[in-house]
Design a binder for this molecule. Sequence first.
Ligand SMILES: Cc1cc2nc3c(=O)[nH]c(=O)nc-3n(C[C@H](O)[C@H](O)[C@H](O)COP(=O)(O)OP(=O)(O)OC[C@H]3O[C@@H](n4cnc5c(N)ncnc54)[C@H](O)[C@@H]3O)c2cc1C
Length: 518
Amino acid sequence: MTSAAYLARAGQKVLLIEKNRECGGLVNSFIRDGFHFDAGIRALEDAGIIFPMLKDMGIELEVVKSKVSLGIENEIIHIEDLSSISKYRELLIKFYPESKGEIDEVLKVIRKIMKHMDVLYGIENPVFKDLKHDREFILKRLLPWLPRFIYTVGKINRMNMPVEEYLKTIIKNPSLRDIISQHFFKNTPAFFALSYFSLYLDYFYPKGGVGKLSEALKNKMIECGGEIRTETKIVEVIADKCLLRDQNNITYKYDNLIWAADLKTLYKIIGTEGFPLKIKSSFEESKNKMLKNRGGDSVFSLFLEVDEPLESFGKIANGHFFYTPSKMGLGETHREELNYLLNNFEKVERKQLLCWLDKFTRLNTYEISIPGLKDPGLVPPGKTGIIISFLAEYDLFNNIQKAGWLDEFIQELENRVLSVISNSVYPMLKDRIIARFSFTPLSIENRVGSSEGAITGWAFQKYMPVINKIQIADRSVMTPVPSVFQAGQWAYSPAGVPMSILTGKLAAEKVLKKSGKS
Ligand SMILES: Cc1cc2nc3c(=O)[nH]c(=O)nc-3n(C[C@H](O)[C@H](O)[C@H](O)COP(=O)(O)OP(=O)(O)OC[C@H]3O[C@@H](n4cnc5c(N)ncnc54)[C@H](O)[C@@H]3O)c2cc1C
C-alpha cells in the first residue's frame, strides 16, 4: 500500500491487487457485535518510519499512546518512560532474588541497547525526506547523525546471536531466561529482542483501530488516482511477457510489478521461460533459497466480548499487556517437548497432547490487548473487547487439522487459556463472557497467504534468504527477474510494519528511477 500510494502520488498508473475484500493484510481492524478488534498487529511502533511516512504523504492520523504493562503472576508494572526500567529490575529481582547480579548484567545490556536505539531511530528516516531540497535536514540532522549510525550498526551486527543463546552467556537460571525472552520469536537476534524495552515506549494506536493506518494509505492512493481491485488473487506471473493472471483467468499487463506478499508464493508461481540463461539461473538460485526456508513464528489469538466495563480491566493493567502467569518459564515445553510430539504425531494420543497443552498454556506469556482502553469508542457502553494471543506453532495446528480434530482442539485451547487468565490476572472473566472466537496460524495462512502462518516474514536462521543488514536495506527490494520488485515483511529480515513500509517506499523509488521519474 505504501508503494502504491507513493507511485500514484508520483503520477504513475497504479493498480493495487488484493486477494481479500479488505486491504491492509495484517494491519487491519474489524467490528463484531459492536466490538472493534484488531485482526493483526495490536499497536504500531513508529521506529522513525511511520510518522515520517505519514507526514511526507500529507496524511493526518489521530493517534494515542499505546501504553504497555508487564506482569508476572500477581505483580504488574506499567511502563511510563525510560526510568521504568528500574521497575522492571525490581520486578525480576522480586521473583529471582538469587539472580540479582545477573539481572543487573542484563539490564546493563538493555540500557546500552536503548542508547543504540536512540541513535538508530534518532532522526526521521532519510528515505522519507526530500533530500534534494531539504538542505537543513541534511546539514543539521543527517550528516551529524551518520557517523553515530555507522558506529551503532557495527555494534548491532555484533549482537545478532539468537537471544536464547545470548542470555545463556549471562544468566544461569533457565526460568529467568525464559521470562525475559519467551515471548520473542524463536532465535530472534539478541539486539532485536532486547531492544524491546525501547519499543514498548514507542507503541502508538490510531484512534478507531490499527486498521485506520491502512485505510488512510488506501484513501491517499485513491485520491492520487490509483486504482484497487479487491477479491482478486494472483495465481501466475508470466514474467517474460509482463503479465499477471488471477483466479478467474483474467490477465493484467504491467510495466513494473511490486510483489508485496509471501515470497515463497511468488517464486512458485512465476514463470521465467523466455529470459536468457543468466537470469534463469540466478532466479533458480534465489528460488531454492526461498523454498528451503520457513516462515517465522505464528500466533493464536482469542477474541472475547465481555460484559464488564473497561474500568475493571483498566485498574489492573494498560490496554497493551505482556503477562506471564507463572514465573517458572516454558523451559523445553515449546521446543524439545513439542518437537517430540510433532515428530511422533501418528503415535501420540490426544490425551498426551492435551496434557502438553495444559502445561503450555500455564507457563506461556500472553500478549493481551484491550482496544477500548486505548480508545473507549471501540466498545459498546459498559462492555470490553479483549484479544489474548501467544506464539503458536503452525505445524501443530496443521497436523491436528489433518488428523480431523481441529475444532475440538481449538475449544480445548480456548478453555485452557480462559481458565489460566481468569484464575490469575482477570478473575472477572469467569462468568462475564458474552461471545468468544479465535484465529489460528492456519487462519493467518488462509487470510493473508502467509507461508506457515508467519506474521513477520522469515524464520530467523543463520543464512537468511533476503537482505538482513540495515546499511544495504535498499537492495532488499530487488529480485533477479526484470521489472519485478519485492516489498513488505518477506523482503527484509527482521521485519514488521515499519520495515514493510520502508521496503514499500524503496520499491516505489526503484520503479520511479527505472521509469526515469526520479
Ligand atoms: C498478532 C500480531 C502481532 C504483531 N505484532 C507486531 C509488532 O509488535 N511489531 C511489528 O512491527 N509487527 C508486528 N506484527 C507483524 C506485522 O503486522 C506484519 O509484519 C505486517 O503487517 C506485514 O505487512 P505486509 O504488508 O508486508 O504483509 P501482509 O500484511 O501479509 O499483506 C500482504 C497482503 O497481500 C495479500 N495477498 C497475499 N497473496 C496474494 C495474492 N496471491 N494475490 C493478491 N493478494 C495477495 C494479502 O491478502 C495481504 O493483504 C504482528 C502481527 C500479528 C498478527
